[in-house]
Write a protein that binds this ligand. Sequence first.
Ligand code: ATP
Ligand code: MG
Length: 366
Amino acid sequence: MKIRQSCNHEIVTRARRGQAAASTESGPGRLKAARLGTQKPVPISHVCLCAKFPVFFVYPPSKIEGTVQSIQEQIILETNLPGVERFSQGKVRDVYRLGDRLLIVATDRISAFDFILPTGIPDKGRVLTQMSVFWFDLLRDVTATHYISADVDAYPPELRPFRSQLEGRSMLVKLADMAPIECVARGYLAGSGWKEYRASGTVCGIPLPKGLQESSRLPEPIFTPATKAQTGHDENISFDRMASIVGTDVARQLRDLTLAIYTRAAAYAESRGIIIADTKFEFGFIDGKLVLGDEVLTPDSSRFWPRDTYEPGKPQNSYDKQYVRDYLEGIRWNKQPPAPALPPEVAQRTSEKYREAYRLLTGKEL
Ligand SMILES: Nc1ncnc2c1ncn2[C@@H]1O[C@H](COP(=O)(O)OP(=O)(O)OP(=O)(O)O)[C@@H](O)[C@H]1O
Ligand SMILES: [Mg+2]
């Protein structure tokens, strides 16, 4: 079958399950060149590379069967909602403000080694949003949340024209006064936690038993807060330092809630074949009440490991980004800008991993 390269560097339409795709979008959903403004200086500029290296391949619409055409969808690297106030832009999410509510839109951007790649991952934004929505519902009896709706029909009318950019990948939430703390729960030894343990027998200053290995399960989950850095990496802080920032009462509430949510979610996920090695939550206050905000328990905010292949004593395959990291290591990218584009098969396999995580956790196809 003839393959045509898409020259539209910001948004392409495609068919699901890698079967086929159609022309690029030209309506309201068509995006301008990537905006570089971000709340913190992440290297989003590399999205612009798409102009030089169009990354998606599409089949001519004439070759597509009707049924396949009807399930086309878009890959969106950046949203563009003229007239709606932009609140922030992270590595993956575009956030808009509507009075006392926020619209959080998960794009298909992917980052690796702290760089945003120029290639979008099919379905990634939808997986992130639908997974958060799933958890908000499952955790209803553990915590209040900021979640309002993910149904575009229930959104304020001024958002309706942007349905094609929002459907499935966005959620409306209540604006909260966010605590300036990243609330991290760790159930396993990985990443920076493992490095610290090897050096000092502690993780974020918390002493742990001797003899643990890389990826070992901890005797019980631990709470390791970090400050939300405006630039660069978040900084781990002690519980006392956190208490000096938010007050002792709030610090205790954040710790207890973080561990309660993690414990519930990790037990559920494990029963579905996924180990949540660690995760990060953000909380805020609405009318003086503490609520769980941001995205929750997604592969972007957590380490997900497949339970079947889990084996302590070595690093575990990350559920989602393994193909991406392997590819980038394989081409010996020096991890300096510009970040390289991914070949279509790497993007596709990564997409499948995201969908598989969603399927395993929820028992539903995306
Ligand atoms: N209900 C809410 N009310 C107010 N702010 C919120 C709410 N939920 C999430 N936020 C904030 O919205 C922002 C979302 O930004 P996002 O996570 O996309 O980017 P980032 O944190 O700047 O960078 P990164 O991509 O590394 O996560 C965060 O600052 C988060 O604290
Ligand atoms: Mg964030």
